[in-house]
Design a protein around this ligand. Structure first.
Ligand code: G4P
Length: 524
């Protein structure tokens, strides 16, 4: 197969949802179709259950599972599918944001009874920012939930996402009969089952009285509803989906393996193959001959005696080859990788070569940071892995004076991995750790002790947000930094960050320094 065909047949995407909507179940059913697994239950959820918040062994176990399920590749109808797993727990949202930078498209799972939930809203914001094409899967149709029209309205309003149903449910809950596939014009009848896959029946013309034979009096309702659908929603335009202007919607029940194949079959047809990628310097096209890629995730070894890590690299262009020297752009070093791994289902194996859209795992002894670029020599830097302002902040202090070196190293490496963010106060030189959730502080403390033999102590600091500042007005920036010197810090890249201690203070800063822009993400 030629290089271009290899690119064209790849689909690299992420599944996102609020916890419990059915992401893990859907992933598993997709893998079943790909023959990547053979029984349900083979994919362990990597979600950290609520009960685990203070159970560190549980965190470690989950970390282990999440290495295996970070990327799941499989073949389906001539396509190479790569599913990138995203942690559902909100304390790890930052991890999910970064993984989304390696996804060419996204499937959002929504629970029909619960509708749009907090985590869905947050993740969709990131997709909007990146203009990622989105498909919506409304799950748990075997349960009673919201009316389909109402739910679609809710999604449009809450997620600021125009939708276009490509399938339509016939009743729901105990009376759920199946879905009519608007895209393929066929009917799929629902039989609760967890393993088998039903055949669908072609139905070009739903006015055909045969419809009654299959779904009885629901046929009339379906006709009316489809009539309404075609009135309300325009004809599906693939380009609008690819431009992230419209999101196709499917209905089904992941647990019952229903509606999943319809989703997958349309997905492989319409979802984008690997997309061009922006660097600071220029746009990189996947078809370019020379290899390039970026690190979007780093995973530490589970074994504390081996402090090596796996860097997950998304290949953007060219062919990656084992044992070929590549330039690590940030530190200017050439590196060779003798055992790059590919991920097929839950197995890892060494690969000789990999193509755009693929994710490879590179053994790392501490060279990589999230966002690093690898090339054949060109000095480019991929963009688009922003840091988001943390929600919670604490001072980190050394609790064991004999181990200050270990502590510094540990903090450094955990920050490279993206576990949390470090800000160094320009006022007193103290280190401030910012996280998305409380769980991270516990993870950091635990890992510092177990992997670096360092003890830390947390001290409170009253902070509202960390803001990155952008301005053309150097004079005003200088003035601002002078006036707010107690609140100025540097992030890990040495950029100026304003640590606002309250919303009011931030508001005052915004109105007193109108030429400064305050951003809650590090890329704008
Ligand atoms: P998540 O990864 O998004 O957090 O959700 P997950 O797939 O783990 O699903 C959450 C719960 O919802 C699971 O039940 C799962 O069995 C159930 N579920 C998923 N899809 C459907 C569906 O189509 N219909 C119905 N009725 N339930 C569905 P659980 O009891 O929380 O977990 P488990 O102990 O069964 O694994």
């Amino acid at each position: 197969m030629g290089f271009k065909e290899e690119i064209k047949r790849r689909r690299t995407f992420g599944i996102i949802s609020h916890p419990d909507a059915g992401k893990t179940t859907l992933t598993e059913k997709l893998l079943l179709f790909g023959g990547a697994i053979h029984v349900a239950g083979a994919v362990k959820s990597n979600k950290i259950k609520k009960t685990a918040t203070s159970d560190f062994m549980e965190i470690e176990r989950q970390r282990g599972i999440s290495v295996a399920t970070s990327v799941m590749g499989f073949e389906y109808k001539g396509h190479k599918i790569n599913i990138l797993d995203t942690p559902g727990h909100q304390d790890f949202a930052e991890d999910t944001y970064r993984t989304l930078t390696a996804c060419d498209s996204v499937i959002i799972v929504i629970d029909v009874a619960k509708g749009v939930e907090a985590q869905t809203r947050k993740l969709m914001k990131v997709c909007r920012m990146r203009k990622t094409p989105v498909i919506v899967f409304i799950n748990k149709m075997d349960r009673l939930g919201k009316d389909a029209f109402d739910l679609l309205d809710e999604i449009e309003k809450e997620l600021q996402l125009s939708v276009n149903p490509l399938s339509w449910p016939i009743n729901m809950g105990p009376d759920f009969k199946g879905v009519y596939n608007i895209y393929h014009k066929n009917l799929s009848l629902f039989t609760p089952a967890t393993q088998t896959v039903e055949e669908s029946i072609d139905f070009d013309d739903i006015s055909n009285p045969k419809l009654e034979e299959y779904i009885g009096e629901d046929a009339e309702v379906l006709r009316e509803e489809l009539d309404l659908v075609s009135g309300v929603y325009p004809e599906f335009d693939v380009q609008d989906y690819l431009d992230a202007k419209i999101a196709p919607v499917f209905f089904g029940s992941a647990l019952n393996n229903f509606g999943v194949r319809e989703l997958l079959d349309v997905f492989i047809k319409v979802a984008p193959s690997p997309l061009p990628c922006q660097t600071v310097e220029r746009v990189i096209e996947p078809e370019e001959e020379k290899f390039s890629g970026f690190v979007f995730k780093i995973h530490a070894n589970m074994d504390p005696n081996h402090r090596d890590r796996i860097a997950f690299v998304k290949i953007v262009s060219g062919t990656f080859k084992r044992n070929k020297p590549y330039l690590h752009v940030r530190n200017g070093k050439k590196l060779k990788f003798s055992s790059p791994t590919a991920f097929m289902a839950e197995k890892k194996s060494i690969v000789e070569e990999a193509f755009p859209g693929d994710i490879i795992g590179l053994h790392d002894t501490g060279n990589f940071k999230i966002g690093d670029t690898l090339t054949e020599g060109e000095k480019i830097n991929f963009k688009g892995i922003p840091s988001f302002s943390p929600e919670l902040f604490k001072y980190i202090e050394n609790a064991d004076p004999m181990k200050s070196k270990q502590l510094a190293k540990g903090i450094d490496q955990l920050m490279d991995e993206g576990v949390a963010q470090l800000f160094v106060s320009q006022f007193n030189g103290r280190k401030v750790i910012g996280t998305v959730g409380a769980l991270q502080f516990e993870v950091i403390e635990y890992r510092l002790l177990h992997e670096y033999s360092a003890s830390c102590r947390w001290e409170p600091i009253q902070l509202h947000k960390a803001c990155w500042i952008k301005t053309e007005d150097e004079e005003q920036l200088k003035e601002f930094k002078k006036a707010k010197y107690q609140y100025m810090a540097k992030d890990k890249h040495g950029r100026d960050v304003f640590l606002a201690d309250s919303g009011y203070m931030l508001q005052m800063a915004q109105s007193n320094y109108p030429n400064l822009e305050f951003h809650f993400t590090s890329e704008f």
